[in-house]
Design a protein around this ligand. Structure first.
Ligand code: FAD
Length: 692
């Protein structure tokens, strides 16, 4: 087609705009996260002073929609990106995704009424904000909130927002973050569009809750802002460039190193969620005495680092995907031959950030940076339908993506990851039309997994113990079990350390030596997360611990600490552990060790066991707890601390109920009064939970 002058002019403007976006994109990406995309650092420091005023930022970048997320494990962040993407492709909204931590909120009252803010808020632990939402929450929940334009009755009258929460109904403070934020925004006069959605991880319906919430929300938002829905067109957020001059051996190419310091071979602290420490594993062994289930004990040596911990903290393990799943992914997407090709990934949107450092290879991205093992989301299936190998497969993908029941019937119960789903639906055909950007957008960044540290910092300050049960569950409609990403990787590490030169737990292989062999000699990338799950400061206080299965992890640390204190002649209070497992002969972990602690603690320590498969009637920890009602009640009146760790879905809730019954009986009060007492114990930290 011929171009006339106007076309050329328009093209020119678009090109200029794209150029401006691109340059800003790299700039912002690196300001946001000092470790991301560090390879692109150029001397443009003059513009580094980035604003913390989001209204200004929106103005600057021509956005009318900002999507804030409060995220701990990446799901809320993922939903925020998906909303941004959908708002743009279906309604032409100019969206940006924003980490709550990166902005101030006093100028909220200056957001013009024709713009919109989304809040995608996960609730963490006991109704707490996620780490990145703490400041925002403290601001909006503060006693003397001061907005930039001062205090009328409804300072946020111009402010319009959309809200979705991610929670877990097995926790008492279900979705309290989104509820609080919604209440507080409304209190200051802001206007919500659509319902405040709530997703429930406890019921396993998070994804469907999200999908069900967003349709009416979009309709309400479209009506409010006068948006017209258009045929959704996929526009990649990331551009991929092949770097002809580079090979995987080039020193500037990332082969899985998490950031520039690691690439250059230096391990420098602070070590945190952006910068792991590659820690040696000092020792590893199996805790179960049964063939088909595994539970691993690890000793992670942090003496070479600035890392520290206190008893009750969590350690994060950064896993590597199983080689077999990496191969499967590359094969089905037609990337096998290109796996070692060096590419750069750049954000085409100024506000998007590339979730890993580049230049890198497809192999490294898939192995170290994308959550390719997680069950695929229905919305992602919808997005990918357009790129199906043929019309028939496209029709099937579209149906799977749009029909909830059909999706669950066909794939839901099988926990298919993305590559398995593509294999399954495409009858083995290669899906080479999917732009790689779609995977970066549609898959979560590979997440570190948290473990309750099972040692005492008083006893071994430079060695962190981990107690991890290997995730392997049989699923209906599938021949092989679902294998957890991190725990099978740990199992392979354990096998290697214990003499197996080519470990392959359940046939899975791993690149255990890490990028450029940096993890050789049995290393694993970790960081520590401090928690509030703590022993009483006075060792003489009695403690009651409920920790079945791997829930025993932090209590091994607690008891190790108290045993040591007893050996040092410190007066230690009564220490009772309720532990449960299937059989005393199979999965009774640390049995011999507990005998040792008993020697040091004498009568102060008691281990109460519940073996669920040793008699016709299933016995669980909560039953044992009930049997000891009188004593528990007595200890609680002596201000004993009460701890629960492990399964959030059933055990923790039932223990809570039993405890209320014990209090009701012991003190002769009604059950509702007893429940209130339990609530107050929680508020006073006398009742602490570490559940997952
Ligand atoms: P993953 O690959 O993460 O899969 C785990 C399970 O999640 C599977 O059953 C799968 O069905 C399900 N799943 C994953 N994604 C989805 C999805 N999108 N939709 C539906 N289902 C999905 N574990 C211990 O063994 N010991 C501990 O001491 C311990 N402490 C913890 C402390 C905290 C604070 C937290 C948050 C968790 C703790 N965990 C502990 C659990 C641990 O973090 C891991 O979740 C666990 O080891 C499984 O990890 P994985 O990578 O092997 O499995």
């Amino acid at each position: 087609a011929e171009l006339d002058t106007l076309d050329i002019l328009v093209l020119g403007v678009i090109l200029l705009g794209t150029f401006a976006y691109l340059t800003k994109g790299t700039l912002w990406a690196k300001q946001k996260d000092p470790y991301a995309n560090a390879a692109y650092l150029n001397g443009n420091a003059a513009r580094a002073g980035k604003t913390r005023n989001f209204v200004e930022k929106m103005e600057e970048s021509g956005k009318n929609c900002i999507i804030f997320y409060g995220s701990q494990t990446g799901t809320a962040e993922d939903y925020a990106s998906r909303l941004a993407k959908e708002g743009k492709s279906r309604f032409g909204l100019e969206t940006m995704v924003a980490d709550l931590e990166e902005y101030d909120f006093d100028a909220m009252d200056t957001l013009p009424s024709d713009k919109i803010a989304f809040f995608v808020m996960a609730t963490y632990g006991e109704g707490e904000p996620t780490d990145n939402a703490v400041e925002f929450y403290e601001f909006i929940n503060g006693d003397d909130v001061a907005f930039s334009q001062g205090g009328e009755d409804a300072p946020l009258d111009n402010f319009h927002y959309v809200a979705f929460g991610l929670g877990n109904n097995t926790y008492e403070h279900y979705n309290s973050m989104v509820r609080d934020v919604d209440r507080l925004l409304t209190k200051y006069g802001a206007h919500r569009i659509g319902n405040a959605g709530e997703g429930d991880d406890g019921a396993g319906t998070m994804e469907e809750d999200f999908l069900a919430w967003k349709e009416p929300m979009w309709a309400a938002l479209a009506a409010h802002m006068g948006l017209e829905e258009r045929e959704a067109v996929y526009e990649p957020v990331f551009g991929i460039t092949v770097r002809e001059g580079l090979t995987p051996q080039s020193p500037e190419v990332y082969l899985g190193e998490p950031n520039k310091m690691h690439l250059e071979g230096a391990q420098k602290g602070p070590f945190n969620a952006h910068n792991p420490y590659i820690a040696p594993i000092a020792e590893s062994y199996e805790l179960f005495k049964v063939k088909d289930r595994n539970c691993i004990h690890l000793e992670i040596d942090i003496s070479g680092s600035t890392l520290s911990y206190t008893t009750g903290d969590h350690i994060a393990i950064w896993p590597t995907n199983a080689g077999d799943e990496v191969d499967r992914f590359l094969r089905i997407t037609g990337l096998t031959d290109k796996r070692e090709q060096v590419i750069s990934v750049k954000a085409l949107e100024p506000t998007a950030k590339v979730p890993f450092p580049t230049p890198t290879t497809y192999d490294a991205i898939v192995r170290y940076h994308l959550e390719i093992g997680a069950p695929v989301s229905r919305q992602f299936v919808s997005t990918l339908a357009a790129f199906a190998p043929n019309e028939e497969i496209k029709t099937e993908m579209t149906k799977l993506g749009s029909d909830k029941d059909y999706f669950h019937e066909k794939t839901g119960s099988q926990l298919l990851n993305i590559a398995r789903l593509l294999e399954h639906v495409g009858n083995g055909e290669t899906w080479d039309k999917i732009p790689f950007s779609a995977f970066i957008e549609g898959l979560t960044k590979l997440q570190p997994r948290y473990y309750s540290i099972s040692s005492s910092s008083h006893v071994q300050p430079k060695k962190i113990s981990v107690t991890a049960v290997v995730e392997s569950s049989m699923v209906v409609g599938r021949q092989d079990p679902f294998r957890g990403v991190a725990t099978n990787y740990l199992l392979a590490l354990k096998q290697k350390q214990n003499g197996d030169p080519e470990p392959s737990p359940f046939g899975l292989t791993y690149e255990l030596h890490g990028p450029r062999n940096k993890y050789d000699g049995i290393h694993v990338p970790v960081h520590v997360r401090h928690s509030n799950f703590k022993l009483p400061s006075d060792p003489a206080k009695p403690i009651i611990m409920i920790g079945p299965g791997t829930g025993v992890a932090p209590f091994r640390g607690f008891i190790q600490e108290r045993a040591q204190q007893a050996r040092e002649g410190i007066n230690v209070g009564r220490t009772i552990l309720f532990f449960g497992c299937r059989k005393s002969t199979e999965d009774f972990m640390y049995e011999a060790e507990f005998e040792e602690y008993k020697k040091a603690l004498g009568d102060k320590f008691e281990l109460v066991t519940a073996f669920s498969r040793e008699s016709s009637k299933k016995v669980y920890v909560q039953h044992r707890l009930k049997e000891r009602s009188a004593e528990i009640s007595d200890l609680l009146s002596q201000k004993a601390f009460f701890y629960v760790c492990g399964d959030a879905a059933n055990m923790a809730r039932e223990v809570n109920t039993v405890l209320a019954q014990i209090i009701a009986e012991g003190r002769g009060v009604s059950e509702s009064k007893a429940e209130e007492i339990v609530k107050n114990m929680r508020a006073a930290n006398q009742y602490q939970e570490d559940v997952w």
